[in-house]
Design a protein around this ligand. Structure first.
Ligand SMILES: NC(=O)c1ccc[n+]([C@@H]2O[C@H](COP(=O)([O-])OP(=O)(O)OC[C@H]3O[C@@H](n4cnc5c(N)ncnc54)[C@H](OP(=O)(O)O)[C@@H]3O)[C@@H](O)[C@H]2O)c1
Length: 291
């Protein structure tokens, strides 16, 4: 039996679907009781819990052959770092307490670094804490998610603007579809390595200008690509409604990206294939954005 956290989210749901499609027994972890039914209908066992609850998590992980874990970023809490530490302690504690033999963890490029990468520092601690439990860890270090285009969908549709938190919109970066990452996670659980490994999970390379073109096509309007100066990142993020600590953390993440700190440095890499056009078209079709 495999346990999948974050099953109502993008990568977690794709992971659970991949495992179910392979005929595996799956237990999903959800935090809203309303999400139980949809998974029960698909043949999965569902447990309702908060990932900060070590005891509930230990109970849900007991007997598992393998577990998919993630560290959800919560940018609305007053102290995102403290919140992340609580989740990391609960996850590693539960993996140790339940004696889970292997873990696939959704991580990020830059998670080998202990400072200077904003929210990715939490993923560094999660990877490290899990390895200390003695379980076998596959860390999937992803680059940018293609789905992050959702963050600018509203401003693009309303104002015809595609903001870029980087000095240039013309630097290619790997951008992967979350459904592909979930498929990699499911495979890693079904065919685990014999020792810890770090896998860079990399989508096709695209520049922000290319993605803006794809989004413009899907929206049926031309978008103006606007790279924002670095000293405006934090205040712009605050203007979108983010609390100051989250805005500061994200600005640090973008600076880390500019400096190449999120580059792949794993033991091996996997190339993802879903084209960004496919992902963006699906997001635009699914979005209910008032004009
Ligand atoms: N965005 C990127 O470009 C990027 C790049 C590399 C790595 N990452 C990593 O990917 C993660 C996001 O993955 P994703 O996009 O699949 O996530 P997502 O779609 O945002 O879903 C997050 C999932 O976690 C659940 N969740 C959140 N807080 C919880 C809690 N306290 N207890 C129980 N469940 C909780 C959510 O449940 P609800 O449905 O109830 O909210 C949801 O199922 C990030 O946090 C980061 O670690 C992101």
């Amino acid at each position: 039996m495999f346990v999948v956290a974050g099953a109502t989210g993008r990568v977690g749901s794709a992971t659970a679907h991949g495992l179910l499609a392979a005929g595996a027994a799956v237990r999903v972890l959800v935090r809203r009781p309303a999400a139980v039914r949809q998974w029960a209908d698909r043949g999965a066992d569902a447990r309702v819990l908060d990932l900060s609850d070590r005891a509930a998590l230990t109970s849900a992980l007991t007997g598992a052959n393998g577990v998919f874990l993630l560290l959800p970023f919560n940018l609305t809490v007053p102290g995102p770092e403290a919140h992340s530490r609580v989740l990391v302690a609960a996850a590693a504690g539960a993996v140790a307490d339940a004696g889970v033999p292997r873990v696939v963890v959704l991580s990020s490029g830059g998670a080998d670094l202990s400072t200077g990468t904003g929210p990715v520092v939490g993923l560094h601690h999660l990877e490290e804490s899990l390895r200390k439990t003695g379980t076998t860890v596959t860390a999937l270090r992803s680059g940018h998610f293609q789905e992050k285009v959702v963050d600018v969908l509203d401003v693009a549709r309303r104002h015809g603007v595609y903001p870029v938190f980087a000095a240039s919109a013309d630097v290619p970066r790997a951008m992967g579809a979350t459904r592909d990452i979930g498929a990699v996670a499911a495979r890693a659980l079904l065919s685990p390595p014999s020792s810890n490994e770090v896998v860079d999970v990399l989508g096709p390379d695209h520049t922000e200008r290319e993605v803006a073109g794809v989004l413009g096509t899907a929206l049926g309007r031309r978008l103006e690509v606007v790279p924002l100066p670095e000293d405006a990142w934090e205040s712009t993020l605050r203007d979108t409604g983010l609390p100051s600590p989250a805005a500061a953390a994200l600005a640090e993440l973008y600076r880390a990206d500019e400096r190449g700190l999120l580059a792949p440095r794993g033991d091996r890499s996997v190339r993802l294939t879903t084209p960004v056009e496919h992902t963006v078209a699906g997001l635009v079709a699914a979005a209910v954005v008032p004009r």
